[in-house]
Design a binder for this molecule. Structure first.
Ligand code: C2E
Ligand code: CA
Ligand code: CA
Length: 268
């Protein structure tokens, strides 16, 4: 207990100067369209290399940054960087990728959220089709109506919305009926389990079918091996993401990754 609290206090303290010290960096992980092998885009995932604490996992600091409110400026910086990356890739390669950015409840409910998303897009010169935000069901907990209105404004800008960690929340199915979203991202726990039991297989297949029947695109995340991939091909999943294809990588490696993708595809 004491150790956990001490760590939390340390993180809180180190977070105060992390932004001005430029300790954050975005990594990017590709999402692949199963049918074609084409790269749909990249999910931006934040990395923090703290001067005091070394590398700290987002799982350990995002929650604290939400409590202190620092997630708002941190997230804003991340959004701008991600938009610039999409613009850079289009300029270099002439391809539109969708860059997906994780957004937490506090960010979304900040009164300037929609304005600064629009500014980040316009400032970088990307079109709305090149940006997606990823939310989890938890953003709806405190104020469902308010969040639905905000998401409606985001969609009206032409930005896509993906529901992350799908299947792990409480009332997933009733939400799914009403939410303003384009895509569901099936939580990786479903993928990990899929090779072990018939029930897990049926569940995964049914979730994919259900979402597709509702005209939602389906992303499966956390794919680590060939067997898991084979199941997803069998179930006709739309997009896949995971270490099997690539780990999240720093900005410059994204370019190398795409160049080697181009090379492979021009040879075959
Ligand atoms: P998430 O959005 O569900 O992101 C997926 C996590 O799974 C990432 O962890 C990613 O590195 C990891 N992952 C990807 N492929 C595989 C795989 O094949 N196997 C396994 N075991 N893991 C895989 P990461 O980067 O540590 O991020 C953890 C969580 O922190 C994210 O979960 C997201 O909720 C949050 N997060 C990350 N970046 C941001 C950000 O910029 N803003 C906000 N608000 N939250 C963020
Ligand atoms: Ca995510
Ligand atoms: Ca997820």
């Amino acid at each position: 207990m004491i150790a956990v609290l001490q760590r939390k206090v340390q993180i809180e303290k180190a977070l105060r100067t992390a932004l001005e010290n430029q300790e954050f960096q975005l990594y990017y992980q590709p999402l692949i369209q199963l049918k074609t092998g084409r790269i749909r885009g990249f999910e931006a995932l934040i990395r923090w290399n703290s001067r005091e604490l070394g590398f700290v996992s987002p799982l350990d600091f995002i929650g604290i940054a939400e409590e202190t409110g620092q997630i708002v400026p941190i997230g804003r910086g991340g959004l701008e960087t991600a938009c610039h990356k999409a613009a850079e890739l289009r300029k270099l390669y002439g391809t539109n990728f969708i860059i997906s950015v994780n957004v937490s409840a506090l960010q979304l409910r900040n009164k300037d959220f929609v304005d600064y998303v629009q500014k980040a897009m316009e400032g970088s010169g990307i079109g709305p089709g090149e940006l997606e935000i990823e939310i989890t069901e938890s953003v709806f907990i405190d104020s469902y109506e308010e969040v639905v209105v905000i998401l409606g404004r985001v969609l009206a800008l032409g930005i896509q919305i993906s529901l992350d960690d799908f299947g792990t929340g409480y009332s997933s199915l009733s939400y799914l009926r009403k939410l303003p979203i384009d895509t569901v991202k099936i939580d990786k726990s479903f993928i990990t389990d899929v090779i072990y039991s018939v029930r897990s297989k049926s569940l995964l297949e049914s979730i994919i079918l259900l979402a597709q029947k509702m005209q939602l695109a389906v992303v499966a995340e956390g794919i680590e091996d060939q067997k898991q991939l084979e199941q997803l091909i069998k179930y006709n999943c739309d997009y896949v993401q995971g270490y099997f294809f690539s780990k999240p990588m720093p900005s410059r490696e994204v370019n190398q990754y795409y160049e080697s993708y181009l090379q492979k595809n021009s040879c075959s």
